[in-house]
Design a binder for this molecule. Structure first.
Ligand code: SAH
Length: 408
């Protein structure tokens, strides 16, 4: 099954196989604006310029959509009949298609959402001691080709629209019975699903603005985190245009190794990346999280821990803030066909201890939801790949005797 078109069909069969899955709705008519695409500023403009209405009407509609999960204008009872008819003519509220969802034994929940007839992505909810974190995707597939990430094996198809990004939050929040400001099931969003969020800058920034808006999901700025593999110029743009927590996928303290794991490092090597992070931390007066996926025998040796500690101390000094650098250690999550392995527990502890001894906070992020393939780097969705990377990966797997089923 190396023909990408065949993968598209999987969406249809997945639907048939999943009990309770709903029939696909028709796509949003092109002429009408999907209100999920608009944050507060653009929705106000839409009301004033397109509908000739007052701004505060936009606020009412936002509450209907994001607080009460109503998408049918007829049910928006505090709007006059004439306005509802006008909305009907010019707008839709069109969410991604729920293909299926799955609950894990540990409370983690995963949704497979169809974005168009050919592409689906995954969204994951992780409840933990008084907080609920949603891991949101920004692209269908990913173009960066990080060697240890399952999404990379899918290749890249396209950016998600603002509607498709905030639609993930909407579907999860509705499922959880989240009531912003009251019944908070959803307390944090991390842009750590499929894709490189800074490669889809405008749509991601607009969606994050809805997440942080009181008329949207009301999340505090610090509770929305964008994770990047290190697109340096876009980190600076993010500092200017948004206000969220920054996480950077580091994974190696040396350029040579990092380039091998995260090919983007060739374009934006460590010194440039760290300088951009310093500018971000200074401007936002906030810490930056550095994610470090531990891979056995690859980046988990004492020399790596020591060099990482040095890099983090340099960062603290440059920002002139204690604990400006926070490290998250993520034990590698395996997926079929990968050449990497998770280090054993003693190696993980030893690595962490070296960092702690150097005065660094470095929690080990325990894997959640791995019984439903919902852990970091295991998200795949189903992608109609235009780069043919997926077909190549499948060919490699077949050559090595890893069956096709194992790649699903
Ligand atoms: N493109 C963005 C966001 C997606 S990845 C980025 O690179 O940050 C979210 C996090 O999961 C990143 O830190 C990524 O490096 C990590 N990750 C990817 N694959 C993994 C795997 N197989 N095991 C553990 N962590 C992984």
């Amino acid at each position: 099954m190396t023909d990408p078109r065949a993968i598209a069909l999987d969406l249809v069969s997945a639907e048939a196989a999943a009990p309770g899955a709903r029939a696909p709705e028709s796509a949003a008519p092109a002429a009408r604006t999907n209100l999920f695409d608009l944050d507060r500023a653009s929705l106000e403009r839409f009301f004033e310029e397109t509908l000739g209405e007052k701004k505060f009407r936009a606020h009412q509609v936002m509450k209907w959509i994001h607080h009460r999960y109503v998408t049918d204008f007829a049910q928006m009872t505090d709007l006059g009949k004439a306005l509802r008819a006008k909305l009907e003519a010019h707008a839709v509220v069109h969410a991604p298609q729920l293909v299926f969802d799955k609950a894990s034994a540990d409370g983690t929940h995963k949704w497979l959402l169809g974005m168009d007839p050919k592409n689906a992505i995954e969204t994951v909810y992780i409840p933990d001691k008084g907080r609920g974190t949603l891991c949101v995707s920004s692209q269908v597939g990913c173009a960066l080709n990080c060697q240890f990430c399952s999404t990379a094996t899918q290749g890249f198809n396209r950016n998600l629209s603002t509607a498709e990004i905030i639609g993930q939050v909407w579907i999860a929040a509705r499922h959880l019975g989240n009531v912003p400001h009251q019944q908070r099931k959803l307390t944090n969003v991390v842009m750590m699903g499929m894709g490189e969020p800074l490669a889809n800058f405008d749509n991601v920034v607009r969606a994050m603005s809805i997440m942080r808006d009181d008329l949207g999901y009301g999340l505090a700025n610090k509770r929305v985190t964008l994770s990047t593999a290190g697109m340096v110029p876009m980190i600076d743009r993010l500092a200017e245009e948004s206000d969220v927590s920054l996480a950077v996928s580091l994974h190696a303290p040396f350029d040579e190794l990092r380039t091998e794991l995260v090919p983007l490092n060739k374009k934006y090597p460590l010194d440039q990346l760290m300088e951009a992070c310093v500018r971000y931390a200074r401007r936002k007066k906030s810490s930056v999280t550095f994610e470090y996926t531990l891979m056995k025998g690859v980046n988990d040796q004492p020399q790596h821990a020591r060099a990482l500690a040095r890099l983090m101390r340099q960062f603290d000094n440059a920002v002139q803030m204690k604990d400006a650098a926070k490290v998250n250690l993520i034990p590698f999550n395996p997926f079929p066909g990968t050449r990497f392995e998770r280090p054993d527990e003693t190696a993980i502890r030893a690595f962490q201890k070296l960092l702690n001894d150097a005065g660094l906070i470095a929690p080990v992020r325990r894997t959640r939801g791995d019984d439903i393939d919902a852990a970091c780097g295991q998200l795949k969705g189903q992608v109609m790949d235009r780069t043919r990377r997926q077909a190549e990966f499948r060919k490699q797997l077949q050559a090595r005797g890893v069956g096709h089923e194992a790649t699903r």
